[in-house]
Design a protein around this ligand. Structure first.
Ligand code: UDP
Length: 239
């Protein structure tokens, strides 16, 4: 199913799909990194969990008519996707204050953003993914003003859909990061992954963190937590 390795990132390997130039195979790794790669560890089983979770979420979004690069799950750790050229932006949507924004703006953790906030970061490890504005984004990427606007509108739509999904499994979607990519025909679609690596998810009753913050902060067992997210999603999806 897969041919040449095209790229290896912190959490995934990207292969050319054999026999179809327009498709890629994403292979989810067991590695976890935080603080721009300064904290690292390997968690056997993480690749399978994130592959399953991302596949479930992308399938749910497709049912809600939100298109992504996801085509199908291939096996425990791999999925087939449409090939896109990733736009070097991290699009973060925030419903509740947590993480970097708390420090940057001196906010109280758990402050609610109504309406939600969208932020753009320049995807560049050497620069530590700096927060940028729309003018910077247009300068640094090949996006037109209209495309940048469409990406933001799409990010809010995805937020609305995902909040409902997570609410139904008793999780609060605090914030998350999206990436978008350009297809060969020029159209821009949702790409990369959506998983507990890229979302903050809090249990609605206990406020327990069920995401990568347990690794960042060293407060829990990453595999147990990701298993719980998958189990809740699977139960919801199979209802
Ligand atoms: N995020 C991500 N990749 C990054 C940076 C952030 O997936 O390189 C996600 C992160 O998991 C969280 C949201 O984006 O759900 C907002 O992250 P934040 O800016 O608070 O940064 P952090 O606290 O993770 O440094």
């Amino acid at each position: 199913m897969k041919a040449a390795l095209l790229y290896e990132g912190k959490a995934k390997k990207v292969y050319q799909a054999s026999g179809n130039e327009a498709q890629l195979v994403l292979s989810y790794k067991n590695d976890a990194t935080a603080f721009n790669g300064k904290k690292k560890d390997v968690f056997p089983g993480k690749g399978r969990l994130n592959n399953e979770i991302a596949a479930t979420i992308f399938s749910y979004l497709a049912e809600q008519e939100i298109e992504s690069h996801f085509i199908k799950k291939l096996n425990e750790t791999e999925q087939l996707v449409h090939k896109t050229e990733i736009v070097p932006l991290e699009v973060v949507v925030r419903n509740i204050a947590a993480g970097s924004i708390v420090k940057r703006l001196g906010l109280r953790e758990k402050e609610v953003f109504s309406p939600p906030l969208v932020e753009l970061y320049y995807k560049n490890d050497d620069l530590n993914d700096p927060l940028i504005n729309d003018e910077h984004a247009k300068f640094l990427t090949d996006l037109t003003s209209v495309e940048l606007h469409e990406i933001k509108v799409k990010a809010f739509e995805i937020n609305t859909s995902l909040r409902l999904l997570f609410q139904s499994i008793n999780l609060t979607l605090v914030d998350f990061k999206l990436e978008f990519g350009r297809l060969a025909n020029g159209r821009i679609i949702l790409s990369d992954e959506i998983s507990p690596d890229t979302c903050r998810l809090w249990d609605k009753d206990t406020e327990a963190k069920l995401d990568k913050d347990v690794f960042r902060q060293g407060t829990g067992d990453l595999i147990q937590v990701y298993e719980q997210v998958l189990e809740r999603l699977t139960n919801y999806v199979s209802v």
